[in-house]
Each structure stands twice: as C-alpha cells, then as structure tokens.
Design a protein around this ligand. Sequence first.
Ligand SMILES: *Cc1c(COP(=O)(O)O)cnc(C)c1O
Length: 435
Amino acid sequence: MNYQSTRDHAENPSYFNIDAALNLGLAQDGGLYVPSLLPKLDMAQIDPDAGLPIVADTALAPFFVGSSLAAALPEICAAAFDLPMPEVCLGDPANGVSVLEQFHGPTAAFKDFAARFLAGCMRRLRVGQPMATVLVATSGDTGGAVASAFHRLTGFRVVILYPEGRVSARQAHQLCAFGDNILTYKVDGSFDDCQAMVKAAFSDVDLRASMPLLSANSISLGRLLPQMAYMVFAAARHQNTHGKPINLIVPSGNLGHGVGAVLARAIGAPIAEIVLAANANTVLSGYFDSGEYQPHASLATLANAMDVGAPSNFERLRWLYPNGKPPGMQAHSVSDAEIQSEISDTFTRTGYVLCPHTACAARVLKRLRIGGDTRHYVLAGTAHPAKFETVVEPLIGRPIEVPEGLAQLLRQTPQVKPLAANPTALKALLRKLAS
Ligand SMILES: *Cc1c(COP(=O)(O)O)cnc(C)c1O
C-alpha cells in the first residue's frame, strides 16, 4: 500500500509506505499523507459479532500491506480497540435516533481509540531507537488521550501544551494527572497559539536533527486510520441490527473523526449520509454552503474540543473529493445557546445526558427533522458529559456520575508548569530536554 502527500500533484508522485508516513507525521511539503489508492473492503468478511478489535484488524489490514507492522496488526488492534462502543437508543425507538457511545475509554473521549492505536504502532516502529518526544497541542481532549496511551511507555516522553483557562477544569486536571514521562504545560494563550508553537518546533530543522519529534495530532495516519476502522464496525453492526446503512452525525472540529467516516464509506462500509456538526466555528458549514474554504481564527465555545477555525484534515477531504463537496454529506454549525437548550431539552425528554459536543450533533438532527428528513440517525457520542460538568450540570439540575477511569485520574495531584505563548519558549524547553 502506497501513501503520498495531499500536495503532491505530480504525474508520478513520491510514494511512502505507512512506516515512513507514521515516522514523518506531516509530509515534507506540508501536506498530509493519504493512501494513493483506496482498497475495497469485502463486507462479507466483516462479522460484527466477532467484536470491534477483529473487525478493525480486517478493515486495516489492506492499509498495512508491506509494513513492518503487518504481523503485529492483530495485536495492536486487540489492545487499542478493547473498549465498549455501544449504539444506544435515544428516547422512543420510533424517533429513529441513537448515540454511538465512543467515550468508554480511560480518558472518556473517542480519541482514546486512536491514541492507543498510534501508541501501539509507534512503540513497535521505534524499538531500539533513541528517546522520542511526542509533541501535542490540545484544545482539551487530545492531550489526555495521548498522555494515557503513552504513559510509562519506554522510549517516549510526551510534551503537552494546552491553553490555560480555555479547557474545562476536569480536562485540565486530567491533562496534568499523569506525571512520569508526561510533561504538561499551561500556555498563556489560545489553542491557535499552542498549535503555532508546535508547528514552529516541527519545522525547525536544527531542532529536529537534535531530537526525534513525533506528532500525535490528528494529521497522523496513526490516528486517522483507526477512526476509519471503528466506523466500519459501527456501520456493519448497524446494518446487521437494522437492515439498513447507517446515517451518521459527527461532531467535528479538526475533521479527523469526520474524514474517518468518509474513508470508511469510500472503502465500502454501509454508510449512507454523513453529517458534520460543528459548534459556532463556521468554516465547515461555510464550505458546504458556498463551496469556498475560508479558514478563520478559532472561536471559543462550550464544545471546546471543536474550537477550530482551520481544520487540519480538510486537506484530506479535498484530496478525496477534488471537485467540490462530497455527495451524501453536509455540514452545520451550532451556537452555544443551541448547545445549552439541546442538553436540557434532551435530558427532559429522554433522561439522556449529552456532552456539549454530542449536543451539537443532536441539535443538527433537529434541523434535519424540520427539513423533513425522517431517516434513522446515529449521533457519534464523542465525550462523556462528566468531563464538562460545569456546563452540563446546571442545565440538567443534578450531578453527573463520574466514570471510574476519569475518577481515578481526578484523584491524582496535578503536575503542570507555565509556558509563555511563543515558539521560542517551546524551542528552548525542548533543547533543554534534549541535552
Ligand atoms: C476532538 C473532539 C471532537 C472533534 O473531533 P475532530 O476529529 O477534531 O473533528 C469532537 N468532540 C470531542 C469530545 C472531541 O474531543
């Protein structure tokens, strides 16, 4: 299986195998790695009753042909995907709504699946190599998932940057809960600042020559491919249970999750409609409405893990569909006020507690219903509401029970240092670590 950069439009593009793509993270021309040709899944070989790890292995195997990881793929999948991911009915079954709960991992967000898969790949790829530094800018959830997946893994340290005061209190605590090989920094700035600092470090040739730097942001194929794999499973299981392809509403920020669904559909998983649900950041809905891609500075919202004004995976979407917006796909933007009313309304009607991100998906469904769309929809449930208790609890008027994994992290003493919001400060810090 060959991979290439989204920016390489040559007749004979440079090809990479997945091992190289995983090691490099971002392509040298600044593009993102994509498979040069998409394999076709034989859905007859996919048996959801065999469980998520087995299905993920079957779906991913063609993407690892020729990789040094091919033989270990079943083991990597067994470890990464060994988490419950139920599809639960939301309210009256006659309404045709369910939630794909993807938040039963150690940090209570869907990113646990992909972070664990990435760690499984990287630890095998880097056997016998010098200590690698995983550099992560996080708007809230990525940092925790990556920290949990790489915690105490020999040969790795993780440097997390998060915007101080712009993640929820429990997210912050979780980001700082690990210690050991996890170094967490609160940056006096926005998520965009954190991301710019990380990008500057990655493009500093001297720095990179002095220490191996790895990305764990959703530009890495090691995060994108597992998100495709669980969508294949979700679609196959839904097809078996309901006899119909799944329609998905995916809370979206950097678009890794959404592109995972698009890839799953493109290789043949039974997925009909894919709807992206964004918060008040309108870059995706703007593109789907007007055909113009106009990135903007990110806006802070109640669904903070999606506060993105320039989605890093957009380039992959455009590479897959160069002639404009993909068929069977739409994007909507949801305001903070709508998030709040959706959380309280859904709780009143059904007793189900949504996190602010999943609430965006629920609100978008309401809009589709008003527009006359009566199909069954599955909302991707991206985080456990207990991570956003200060937003959710006042709206539902009662405390949310904290899942055990999260509770365990919240019992740890936070360990965090401040970092100035400029690339020089981060580079100085990294040089010190390298020496
Ligand atoms: C990261 C995240 C999202 C957005 O996922 P993308 O892949 O960035 O589009 C949505 N909800 C939650 C809870 C997240 O952590």
